[in-house]
Design a binder for this molecule. Structure first.
Ligand code: ADP
Length: 390
């Protein structure tokens, strides 16, 4: 099994050096019969405020043999008195040129052509990273994705989760935007998750949602250094080593973009559907089309497109101005035969509530913006019902 080890905090505050970590790792033997430090599998070791992060990168075929090494490395690093936490990811990559195995059977959407099963990136099912198994207790996992950053994907994901909550659903939110986890800021959550008896992380409860973010564990700057395979490994663990409990919907805030990391994620997380967030500008729409193509490729139904920052609404007088040539996403959705889920205005109160950690659906539930998000949530729920997920 691949593993992301989270060693809980201890009350010590000396500084840790990379050399101290390497000294400890030199005492851990690898399956190759040499010390871990001599096995040529270690990523750069990042040390930040007493927390240690690195990955062990091995070939997918060997991954099982390495899980105990990952665990031993974690214990060794945790043994350094000044270490307050450690995230050690075991990442498994298929060797270039290794045969791509057929894709595992996905959910019965009946929407994608057989060619959509063709894997084009990421590990095949022989890899321990290819875990299509459902998450026990979680009825439906949906992704919120965007072709590029800064379009309001995270704001939409959180308010959509709250809209689904308002429909009476039990909802979780997983911030998988490992390159820039913003859910801690958007929710005002600064505490770290506790571990339960089976060493699963307990999601933080806020606004009636079960929330987990890589940002609860690592600093924003640290998250930036994570490479593609580490992203998948960390996200898999966030999905499976978290005590989600019983959820009707788990909303996953995806990393922005349509690169290999996103494709691998879409391929490996058992998604029931995806919501694509776009701004009206043409460029963003081109990016949104790439997002659509990515989900089609891995046979995940696109539940619809949301146009964010669709029009400018004056906070003083409420007047609407279509400063971005609004409506592009609706037309694009119609053209592509994908449901159009709604338009969210560019409005000060959405930005202000987002950035204050008090999302608009929770803080202004009777306002017009909450109503828009609830309307989008209802459409998402309806789309999920069509695909028989909820
Ligand atoms: P992404 O996840 O796509 O990078 P964020 O959700 O973090 O984007 O949003 C980027 C910025 O835009 C944040 O400051 C957020 O408050 C703001 N924002 C998002 N949607 C809106 C909106 N509809 N109106 C005003 N500000 C918005």
């Amino acid at each position: 099994m691949i593993g992301l080890g989270w060693a809980g905090p201890q009350e010590i505050s000396l500084s840790v050096t990379q050399q101290q970590v390497l000294d400890r790792l030199a005492q851990v033997m690898s399956p190759r019969g040499v010390a871990l430090t001599k096995s040529d599998v270690l990523s750069e070791i990042a040390v930040n405020n007493g927390k240690v992060y690195f990955s062990i990168n091995v070939d997918a075929a060997e991954a099982r043999a390495w899980e105990s090494v990952r665990a031993a490395a974690e214990t060794a690093v945790r043994g350094i008195p000044s270490v307050t936490g450690a995230i050690i990811a075991l990442t498994a990559e298929r060797r270039p040129g290794a045969a791509a195995a057929p894709q595992p059977h996905r959910h019965d959407h009946g929407v994608a052509p057989a060619s959509a099963h063709k894997p084009s990136a990421g590990p095949g099912p022989s890899s321990p990273m290819s875990k299509q198994a459902e998450i026990p207790g979680v009825a439906a996992i949906i992704a919120v994705a965007s072709g590029k950053g800064g379009v309001g994907k995270s704001t939409t994901a959180l308010n959509l989760a709250l809209g689904l909550r308002d429909l009476g659903l039990r909802v979780g939110l997983l911030d998988a935007d490992i390159y820039g986890p913003s859910v801690p800021r958007l929710t005002g959550i600064h505490e770290k998750p506790q571990l339960d008896d089976s060493r699963k992380m307990i999601p933080i409860q806020r606004f009636g949602l079960s929330i987990m973010s890589i940002g609860f564990l690592v600093e924003e700057e640290t998250a930036m250094i994570w490479r593609g395979p580490m992203v998948m490994s960390a996200i898999t663990q966030m999905l499976r080593d978290v005590a989600w409990g019983t959820l009707d919907v788990l909303v996953v805030d995806m990393p922005p973009g349509t690169g290999d990391a996103q494709l691998t994620l879409a391929q490996n997380v058992p998604l029931k559907g995806a919501v694509i967030v776009s701004t009206p500008q043409d460029l963003a729409l081109i990016d949104a089309r790439r997002g659509l193509a990515m989900f089609n490729k891995v046979n995940v139904p696109v539940l619809g497109i949301v146009e964010n920052m669709s029009y400018f609404q004056c906070p003083e007088c409420g007047t609407r101005s279509d400063i971005f040539g609004h409506g592009g996403a609706r037309h694009e959705a119609e053209r592509l035969g994908v449901p159009f889920l709604g338009e969210i205005p560019l409005h000060m109160s959405i930005r202000a509530t987002s950035d204050a950690g008090t999302p608009v659906v929770a803080s202004e539930p009777d306002g017009p913006h909450a109503a828009i998000y609830r309307d989008i949530a209802a459409k998402v729920r309806d789309q999920l019902t069509i695909t028989a997920a909820v």
